[in-house]
Design a protein around this ligand. Sequence first.
Ligand SMILES: C[S@@+](CC[C@H](N)C(=O)[O-])C[C@H]1O[C@@H](n2cnc3c(N)ncnc32)[C@H](O)[C@@H]1O
Length: 242
Amino acid sequence: MSCSGYSKYNPEAKKREKINPLAQIYPPLPKNKYDIIYADPPWDYGGKMQYDKSCIKNLNVNFEKNIFISAANFKYPTLKLNELKNLAVQSITAEDCILFMWTTGPQFAKAIELGLSWGFEYKTVAFVWDKKIHNPGRYTLSQTEFVLAFKKGRFPEPRGARNIKQLVSVYRGEHSEKPEKVIEGITLMFPTQRKIELFARKKYLGWDNWGLEIPDNKIKISSPKDIDDAKNSNTQILLTFE
Ligand SMILES: C[S@@+](CC[C@H](N)C(=O)[O-])C[C@H]1O[C@@H](n2cnc3c(N)ncnc32)[C@H](O)[C@@H]1O
């Protein structure tokens, strides 16, 4: 009997797929309006396998290395573009608002379509994350992810830091975990604005958070002054900014 990779992969994939535990597709959004929205949507890759080092370490024990890799929907429930468009982001958008949205190369076009459907204008690539290690890729070896900037109305005032760099070079961590330098940079750019992270897995002081996996403990984002103070008083800081 012949044995294809997929005949092994498909039943295993079914077992590992994460299902949204809610009766509704989304938890309720807050009633507030926000000047800054930072979103990392759980993009649907249509069951496509992805290279995932953490999976190879932890989950592939006794499973053929060359057949089974991983997929986003083994880590958390994923959402199709139409489902993401149905999230009522307009209800939490202030008149003047910037939306920062994570995307990958394959999801770039969908991310722009999503930002437009939430009522924003596409502006630029605000951050490029260089993960410093490449993954396999069909075209070139893939090593970057992107944070797109969208705007509605005018730039939220007052502006904070104007020297935040677009390129963030930080080794990748666990699957889907984004470098904290990005939220830190956005916080410094917009220190006084009302801010929310959508599809969050961490909780930052000064930010509201929304998603399926919000923990209890909060992380403080350090300003350059906090870092100096911490160095002088031997205090451990959670986030740093150079
Ligand atoms: C790409 S991950 C976010 C990773 C995060 N930015 C980090 O750095 O760790 C997407 C998140 O969206 C959450 N999610 C999936 N479906 C959701 C839904 N229907 N409503 C709210 N959150 C959802 C997932 O559980 C996951 O935590």
